[in-house]
Design a protein around this ligand. Sequence first.
Ligand SMILES: Nc1nc2c(ncn2[C@@H]2O[C@H](COP(=O)(O)OP(=O)(O)OP(=O)(O)O)[C@@H](O)[C@H]2O)c(=O)[nH]1
Ligand SMILES: [Mg+2]
Length: 660
Amino acid sequence: MADAKYTIALAGNPNSGKTTFFNRLTGSNQKVGNWPGVTIDKKVGTYTKKTPGKDEKETVNVVDLPGIYSLTPYSEEEIIARNFIVDENPDLVIDIVDATNLERNLYLTFELKKLGCPIIVALNMMDEVEQNGTRIDFDKMSEMLGVPVIPISAIEGKSFSAKVAKLMGYKSSKVAEGGVERLIQKTNDILDHSYKFYGDNPEAIPASGEKEFSGDAFEKKKFDPSLLKHADEINYDAHSAEIYDEIGKIVSATVREGEKTVQQDRTKKIDNILTNKWLGIPIFLVLMFIVFELSFTVGGFFTDWIDVFFNETLAGFVEEWFESAGTADWMADLVINGIIAGVGGVLTFVPQIFILFVFLTLMEDTGYMARVAFLLDRIFKKIGLSGKSFIPLILGFGCSVPAVMAARTLDNEMDRKTTIFITPFMSCGARLPIYALFVGVFFTAYYGLTMLFLYVLGILVAIASAWLLKKTIFKGPSSPFIMELPPYRFPDLYTYAKHIWEKTRGFVIRAGTIIFLASVLIWFLQGYDFSFAAVEDSADSILGVIGNFIAPIFEPLGFGDWRAAMSLFTGFIAKEAVVSTIEILYTPEDFEMLFTPVIALAFMVFTLLYLPCLAAFATIKRELNSWKLAILAAVYQTAVAYVVAFVVYRIGLLVVQYLI
Ligand SMILES: Nc1nc2c(ncn2[C@@H]2O[C@H](COP(=O)(O)OP(=O)(O)OP(=O)(O)O)[C@@H](O)[C@H]2O)c(=O)[nH]1
Ligand SMILES: [Mg+2]
């Protein structure tokens, strides 16, 4: 943590807007999503506190915490949140409360108060409250709670995106206008003054500047450890009943419920269709199909340009330039046939990836993905896995690394391990260039369908594996879980754009770093033999010799060619390296000759399912905290890939033979 005078923690129920506020306050770019359990680790940022009338600026640490319902935590990320509040003794806790759901959210407020934390309650989502016509008496609530209450709307601002959002029908909040600034001001005021004032009587906090305290006089109110014990061992029924009773009183005294229930009505209407028992899953499939088709048609348009740029314009220019400069042949070969082919081969697919991210992120941010999880929850329950597993799985569409980490939200150990095992089956973004490459050559007319097949196959294999694992090595009852569905929300455009930008940028950066290095390595290994002498035919190179040795293993799957075998090998570094290897090793003619549509499909299926990349593997090892289990996972995944690719290949051959 940066060296700062104060530390503030952001606490609150899941999905109440903590990270949204954190990002605004600190200018960070942490993941926000419209479902509970997005933040799974504490994140530290800073903001600069200015005291009016003084030049001096101070750095304040702000810690974004995972959401918690109470101080009695169950899962790992809840423990992180609670322990931070309890052990790190922050100077101030800002309790971000979802004002549309006060009854539930205020429970934590009461618990925090009982701990003796200095807190400010930020009533978030005021824009939604107002749309419903609900009124809240903040002064009275503050008085009854005994802590400052400030209405805010964390997504609002004077930013461009807020203006666009307004144009698109988003209604802002009058009450919360400037609420974020007021909250910061209040935070500063409280930090500026002793807790002794605050703890006993919040109204007694003098206006800032009225009275100054030196650093030494800043006295921290210590937590009473007996209270902590209390939180763990308390007689919960009596305790909660008492708290809920008080919450009930506060809510009835301060809230005048509006006539309208805009969000609920809208959400209900949409959900009648989207989560319909029969229509839900077909609608999801159709949506995904449309997304893939769009990413192919729109993205493909730009992809062609980029392809021409790398393979003709840039390669041609570099070639001429090298020739005129008299550069050594090997150098020209490295740059043109190694780097430009390898890195360019991956970058070509940026437009497709970008468009896919545009839609997947939209599905996440609006709350639709939570519905997909809900739909699959029924299936998951049948196989004895908690529906909570689906959130990590959905994140797996992006990248397996954060997805595997997200399995921490599962409090049941067996469920968590099972989820970690199956998450890599979800097709991550890095695998997209592989499909795009093959589909672009062999399945041009069926792009959307082929992609859908691969994604759905990944989901089905994950479900089947979960069933198998729960029956065998990870036996045990799964904890009951009631999926909490957030209301549909118009995504905050600024955050939304940032999400897409970050993901796309990540992809480009990988191409420029790890794929760049992999390309150089592959180029070297395919051009030189074991005595480091240049070879005429790359089949005699280091890569060729190893490749020819392992290639027969893949013969039954249709791709027993050494180049295909080696691309799977380099794919362990990063999945995109499969594309780089193919671009470097194959001439287009060879590529089209050695692969047929059936072989291509089997190859894609194999790359979908086999062991994940190095980074994902390291994460799996860390999260399972066992080499044995991590290796078992990789072996299992590769074995599944082999069997499924074999079946796909054989069925494909039969179809071609008898039906086409
Ligand atoms: N309408 C409205 N939506 C908001 C507001 N603040 C946050 N949101 C939305 O609420 C959702 C949840 O926001 P997050 O910031 O991820 O919530 P969180 O509290 O960090 O959630 P966890 O990390 O899961 O505990 C997102 O879709 C936000 O865009 C607000 O003031 N008004
Ligand atoms: Mg969060």
